[in-house]
Ligand binder design. Structure first.
Ligand code: ADP
Length: 334
């Protein structure tokens, strides 16, 4: 059984996610967020009340699902999981709402991708714990009002800017997850190596952490790959040398950029002369949906200073040329 209760799959990209923290105390980093969530939990327990609705935003792989599943576990309540794209009409959401027990958590991943009809349907559920259901059509149509149990909605989004204001405002608590430091990721790699029963040196853990683009999901995925590499090509132990070789094989460079990231930078340089270029045009050239560029590729490139966002579009920065080993554009006489 791979479900987390009520038929909720808890698979990650790498199969069953046995590395996901189970308790708040197992969560590494995001210290300020953890402290605030702990206060919310304490207060909810003391008053014996459900948590208020919570919105988590931040790039993929930073722990939104982790927090959303840790909280109900801390409270000892049920957790249902669904996602915006799979809710195409109010009738898709209704069973989750009516199933929700008092104090339980309903987690909606990618909540910015709910269609407007579902969004409007969820407002009264969030505010007054009721839904309005229209039965019949035309003159015979009537609306019935259904009471729900007091549940907690946890929404996750990669871009809170994509949320409509009315939806965003209905979340009393909003937390933004930031990229992790190399130290935090080193800690995650070290802990998880222990869970996976593989020997790793401290320097090798740092090496993996440094290339993880600030993202625990990458750390975990690189650790699993490096472990496979160590078993296949070495004596099963992860030394710095093994880690470096393994990541080289996966075409991850020293700052953690992968082939896709480098292709983005090269496209911006070669096709758009370094920019400014709109994200739609970039996506078109790369044959990747612009949403994917904005959600998964650009945040880290922006943070690393390889690209800049300007009102006219994305611009390459000099450090990207240096990083790719390309000649910087000639000075145009200024
Ligand atoms: P998101 O929902 O934001 O895409 P996830 O919660 O699925 O991200 O996190 C991806 C993986 O990274 C998780 O499976 C978990 O193993 C790991 N992870 C995320 N955040 C942390 C953290 N703070 N401490 C330890 N591991 C983490």
């Amino acid at each position: 059984d791979n479900s987390g209760g009520l038929g909720t799959p808890l698979f990650d990209e790498d199969g069953l996610d046995d590395l996901r923290p189970q308790r708040l105390a197992d969560v590494v980093g995001q210290q300020a967020v953890v402290e605030r969530l702990q206060i919310m939990l304490n207060a909810a327990r003391k008053r014996d009340e459900p948590l208020s609705h919570l919105l988590l935003d931040g790039p993929p792989g930073l722990g939104k699902t982790t927090f959303a599943t840790v909280l109900p576990r801390e409270l000892g309540t049920e957790c249902q999981i669904t996602s915006g794209p799979s809710l195409s009409a109010p009738k898709d959401l209704l069973p989750y709402l009516t199933n929700a027990s008092h104090g339980s958590v309903l987690f909606i991943d990618e909540i910015h991708r709910m269609p407007p009809s579902v969004e409007e349907f969820i407002y009264p559920a969030m505010e007054d714990f009721r839904v309005d259901i229209t039965l019949g059509e035309g003159l015979n149509a009537r609306t019935i009002n259904m009471k729900l149990k007091r549940f907690t909605l946890i929404g996750a989004t990669t871009r809170s800017g994509m949320l409509t204001a009315p939806l965003r405002d209905r979340f009393i608590n909003r937390e933004h997850l930031e990229f992790y430091t190399v130290e935090e990721l080193t800690e995650i790699v070290t802990r998880n190596a222990k869970k996976l029963n593989v020997e790793i040196t401290h320097d090798a853990a740092i090496e993996i952490a440094r290339r993880s683009r600030g993202t625990p999901r990458n750390s975990n995925s690189f650790l699993r790959w490096t472990r496979d590499f160590a078993d296949s090509e070495a004596d099963g132990r992860i030394s710095t040398e093994v880690a470096v070789e393994a990541l080289k094989k996966r075409e991850i460079d020293v700052t953690g950029l992968d082939r896709q990231d480098r292709r983005y930078l090269e496209t911006l340089i070669r096709v758009f002369d370094g920019g400014p270029a709109g994200v739609a045009a970039l996506g078109h050239s790369m044959n990747i949906p612009p949403d994917t560029l904005e959600d998964e590729i650009e945040p880290f490139l922006l943070r690393s200073g390889f690209i800049k966002r300007t009102p006219r579009g994305r611009m390459i920065s000099l450090s990207a040329f240096q990083h790719l080993g390309l000649a910087t554009p000639a000075d145009d006489g200024t």
